[in-house]
Design a protein around this ligand. Sequence first.
Ligand SMILES: Cc1cc2nc3c(=O)[nH]c(=O)nc-3n(C[C@H](O)[C@H](O)[C@H](O)COP(=O)(O)OP(=O)(O)OC[C@H]3O[C@@H](n4cnc5c(N)ncnc54)[C@H](O)[C@@H]3O)c2cc1C
Length: 448
Amino acid sequence: MKYDVVIIGGSAAGLITAKTAKLAHPDKSVLIVRKEEISLVPCGIPYIFSTLNSIDDNKMGIDPIKKLGVDFLIEEVEKVDTESKTVFTSKTEIKYDKLVFATGSTPFVPPIPGVDLDGVFIIPKDYDYLKKIMVPISEADNIVVIGAGFIGVEMSDELRHQGKNVTLVEAMDRVLPLAFDEDISEIVNEQLVSNGLNIKTGKKVKSIAGKNGKVEGVELEDGTTLKADAVILSIGYKPATKLAADAGLFMGRYNAIWTDEYQRTSTPDIFAAGDCAEHKDFFTRKSTKLMLASTATFDARVTGMNLFGIKLIKQNKGNISIFSSAINGLAVGAAGITEATAKSEGFEIKIGKFTAIDRHPGNIPDKSSQTVKLIFSGKGGILLGAQVATGKSAGELINVLGMAIQQGMTAIDIVTIQFGTHPLLTAAPTMYPAIVAAESVARDICCG
Ligand SMILES: Cc1cc2nc3c(=O)[nH]c(=O)nc-3n(C[C@H](O)[C@H](O)[C@H](O)COP(=O)(O)OP(=O)(O)OC[C@H]3O[C@@H](n4cnc5c(N)ncnc54)[C@H](O)[C@@H]3O)c2cc1C
């Protein structure tokens, strides 16, 4: 079997690389090799536990990709020989001209005693595993979720909506500690507590206790034991890169595949995109552990377009982490670096922050409070980061602020943005939080 382009992995990065490659180079043959017959929309996984009717409502359709002429092979790749340019599964050998690693990531399992007990679960992007664990999770009354990043928070919120007694444990001092500063985390915390969630921040897990091989509780380092019929580990994900490392590709930090700005690896004709590839911070160019579907599809578009020569020139270098989530009706978003990270990285900064109602007049139905926090560089007032907590518009607002970061906009640029408002859709023009938040910093720059 021989293909012009072989892509290992068929989730966010693999599918969009294939689609982009086929549209940009229609004469080239493209094959996706992936392990799973059915794949899930990864970001939808927390919602299979309550908001969606069933796990099957979260399947990722591949018919549009197949219709473009992309072929699929459902097998696990076991070896890549870069000399003969061949990919091996247990049954098939495939020759390639260009190869793309889009092998993604798998959950990190911490070395805590008791993680292998019955009733301790991870959240992989795996249809069969998740379908199986939904049963014991739905039968559990007391659930402990370990790790208050986005996945832990979303899982906890969903399980509360199922009426479970849920405790969320986080070693750091706040929920969503990497995305938000303390003040915005506090808004999220209040929202979670109002949904009946028990939150234990600043608490480290010592071990998971069990009886007859089945989980019974979670022991914290402070001596407390939390009762648990089920435990969910959401400590993070690690790049799935053994195959690439065995093939001799150069690895970057955190065991992710090193690439240049065009997703080219250290081996000619081999690319890497998505969670398995190394990402660099937009401002510091340090390696980050950033793993997002939006970043994976961004990598994939760059890869697919540039497989046969650099056609799509990237103006930006490095990645801006842009997250959003909805927690018990409160939408939150973060882009760029937090105030805490900016300080620890040695940036001189200025903060702008404003809260108003996201509709106008303020007593209109369906309104909610909108807080926008902007982190600017101290001297030039360049936007480094943004955090938003509001009604549903947070998802789009944070994307716009992410674009402002990417474009190097300053507080003055933001204050002089021309924007539209409407009573049923946005905050009032007189107190549009994203603009007013920038005003004090712009004033400092202009008027000393
Ligand atoms: C619960 C959850 C919620 C999330 N929510 C969000 C969100 O709201 N927003 C957001 O931006 N991101 C979110 N993410 C992150 C996002 O899911 C990942 O960044 C994204 O899935 C990365 O896509 P990928 O294609 O790089 O890798 P993956 O999705 O991990 O896919 C890897 C693919 O490679 C295949 N593969 C691996 N090894 C082999 C092999 N040897 N042979 C054949 N096939 C192989 C796998 O089978 C799979 O098809 C979430 C993740 C999780 C787990």
